[in-house]
Write a protein that binds this ligand. Structure first.
Ligand SMILES: NC(=O)c1ccc[n+]([C@@H]2O[C@H](COP(=O)([O-])OP(=O)(O)OC[C@H]3O[C@@H](n4cnc5c(N)ncnc54)[C@H](O)[C@@H]3O)[C@@H](O)[C@H]2O)c1
Length: 257
């Protein structure tokens, strides 16, 4: 069987890197795509050293021409059957501290970026089938701060539903992951303010811990696998239960401790 390749954006980062490692271990060729080309190349080299198939590409997912060029290069490398729209991050904070430029940055990276990547790969994927995984967030489901980022992620989750319906007849599945807090470098600026930020956040999680990048990567690997052949339009929380509820609240309501 011909090697299937996955195009993973933000693969120079922690979650994207874990996804690339995991898919490579499961027999995928992986294209590590990132705006930081050096970090993408480091990840690809690590995978090749471990015996996997990997390549690196520099791409700015917010730039249509850059995405089109990366897609062309990726399709020249191999048979891309999975697109993982993982690049993203939150720039703004509360609504009152969000100006229009910061709103646009969050929407551009977390929503437009996925649109541009899907647009660049859709005809190829529709012709031969495959799957798309969009990296959402619990912020796209409930209120956890950062309204601009959250609105972008909510848009991405709804786009997932729309495309699952449109692409389903072509055997192109479209799913999303909604992680809660994941221990990654994206939290470094918060760690600088409060080194105990993860401990503070942990108390709200039913499972009593925050996620590791591998928790998210395992879910992505399942969604792109043939075991998930009948799953499309799914938003899978990988959140230790926080979108189901917060442990302190029932205790406060019932006064049972
Ligand atoms: N860490 C969390 O708590 C958490 C929670 C929920 C969802 N997520 C989502 O998971 C995804 C990965 O986050 P992470 O925590 O691994 O972050 P990270 O900062 O470790 O990785 C993000 C990667 O995206 C790349 N990137 C940024 N802008 C880009 C652009 N314009 N084009 C291409 N690449 C670009 C960065 O260079 C970086 O390598 C994001 O979509 C994020 O919103 C993270």
């Amino acid at each position: 069987m011909e090697l299937r390749w996955a195009f993973i954006t933000g693969a120079g980062g922690d979650i994207g890197g874990a996804i690339a490692d995991t898919l490579a271990r499961r027999g995928w060729g992986v294209i590590c795509a990132d705006i930081d080309g050096a970090r993408a190349e480091t990840r690809a080299e690590t995978i090749r050293t471990a015996g996997g198939r990997a390549a690196a590409l520099t791409v700015d997912v917010t730039d249509e021409a850059s995405v089109a060029a990366a897609a062309q290069a990726a399709l020249a490398l191999g048979d891309v059957r999975a697109l993982i729209n993982n690049a993203g991050r939150a720039h703004g904070s509360s609504m009152r501290k969000t100006d229009y430029a910061s709103w646009r940055r969050d929407i551009a990276l977390n929503l437009d970026g996925a649109f541009l990547c899907i647009h660049a790969f859709q005809e190829y994927l529709l012709a031969g089938g495959g799957s798309i995984v969009n990296m959402g967030s619990v912020n796209g489901i409930g209120m956890y701060g950062q309204p601009a980022y959250s609105a972008a992620k909510a848009g991405l989750l709804h786009l997932t539903h729309c495309l699952a319906v449109e692409f389903g007849p072509h055997n192109l599945r479209v799913n999303a992951i909604a992680p809660g807090t994941v221990r990654t470098q994206a939290w470094n600026h918060r760690m600088a303010i409060n080194p105990a930020v993860f401990e503070e956040v942990t108390s709200f999680y039913p499972m009593g811990r925050v996620a590791l990048p591998q928790d998210v990567a395992n879910a992505v690997a399942f969604l792109v696998s043939d075991e998930a052949a009948y799953l499309t339009g799914v938003v899978l929380p990988v959140d230790g239960g926080i979108s189901a509820g917060i442990p302190q609240l029932p205790a406060a309501i019932t006064q049972e401790r």
